[in-house]
Design a protein around this ligand. Structure first.
Ligand code: 6PG
Length: 228
C-alpha cells in the first residue's frame, strides 16, 4: 500500500489534456528548480509517447539557458539513427530552443553498451539529484531500458543492456538507483497497450516501472488506460 500511496495516478480523457498537463508541470518544475538551484536538470524519456510533448516544448517560452538535458536511456545505434532517443528529442525540440549544446548530454551509445555506459557514468559523476525525470512504460512494464527479469547492477549509475526484449537488444540505461535520485518523477502512459502494465502496477506487481521510488513518490499521467 505504501508504494501505491507514493504513486499518484492522474487520468486524462484526451491526448491534448495529458500533454497540456505534462508540459505545464514540466515548465513549472523548471521555474521552481531555477529559482532554488539556478539550474533545471531534466532527464528525458525515450520511445514515442513523449514526442508530442517535446514538440510542444519547442514552442514554449522558458529560461532555456538554465536547462540541462540528460536521457534515462538510449539505444545502441549510430548518432543520427532515427531510432535514437536523443535524435528524436533533438529533431523536434532541442535544435529549436536556446539550450547551450554543452548542456545537452546524449548517452554515447554509438560506443556500444559497455563503453557507452562507462562514458555516461563519468558524465553523471558528481551531478546533484535530478529535478525531474520523465519516464515511459512498456507493455511488459519496463521503464527506461530496465526490463522484467533482468539483473541490474544498481550499485552503478549507468548500466549496459545486451538482451533487451524491445529492439534493439543493446542499450544503455540509468539504473533504478540513479533514477530514484530525483526530486520528481513523471511517467507518461498512453494507449490501451499499456493497460496490463498499469493493472499489474496498481495490483502491486513489481514491474520495473514500480521499482522507481524516489523519496517524493511518482506521478503517473495516463490516457487511454483505465485505472481500475
Ligand atoms: C526506449 C524507452 C522505453 C519507452 C517505453 C515506452 O528507449 O524504448 O526508453 O522505456 O519509454 O518502451 O515506449 P513508447 O512511448 O514508444 O510506448
Amino acid at each position: 500500500m505504501t508504494q501505491l500511496l507514493a504513486t499518484r495516478w492522474h487520468s486524462f480523457t484526451s491526448l491534448q489534456s495529458i500533454n497540456q498537463a505534462a508540459i505545464e508541470r514540466i515548465l513549472q518544475a523548471a521555474t521552481e528548480a531555477i529559482n532554488k538551484e539556478g539550474s533545471f536538470i531534466i532527464v528525458l524519456a525515450g520511445g514515442s509517447t513523449p514526442k508530442s510533448i517535446y514538440e510542444m516544448l519547442a514552442k514554449a517560452d522558458a529560461d532555456w539557458g538554465k536547462w540541462h538535458i540528460y536521457y534515462n536511456d538510449d539505444r545502441c545505434l549510430p548518432v543520427d539513427h532515427p531510432e535514437r532517443n536523443s535524435k528524436m528529442a533533438r529533431d523536434v525540440w532541442l535544435s529549436k530552443v536556446e539550450i547551450p549544446s554543452s548542456q545537452i548530454h546524449d548517452i554515447p551509445t554509438e560506443l556500444g553498451p559497455v563503453e557507452g555506459a562507462k562514458a555516461y557514468a563519468k558524465t553523471l559523476a558528481g551531478l546533484r539529484a535530478f529535478d525531474l525525470v520523465l519516464l515511459g512504460v512498456g507493455e511488459d512494464g519496463h521503464t527506461a531500458s530496465l526490463f522484467p527479469n533482468q539483473v541490474v547492477d544498481n550499485s552503478a549509475d549507468v548500466v549496459p543492456v545486451f538482451d533487451a526484449p524491445k529492439p534493439p537488444a543493446e542499450r544503455v540505461t540509468m539504473s533504478q538507483n540513479r533514477l530514484n535520485l530525483t526530486y520528481e518523477a513523471m511517467f507518461l502512459v498512453t494507449g490501451a497497450g499499456k493497460q496490463e502494465a498499469v493493472d499489474n502496477w496498481r495490483n502491486g506487481v513489481a514491474i520495473p516501472a514500480a521499482l522507481i521510488t524516489p523519496k517524493n513518490g511518482v506521478d503517473v499521467y495516463c490516457f487511454g488506460v483505465e485505472l481500475k
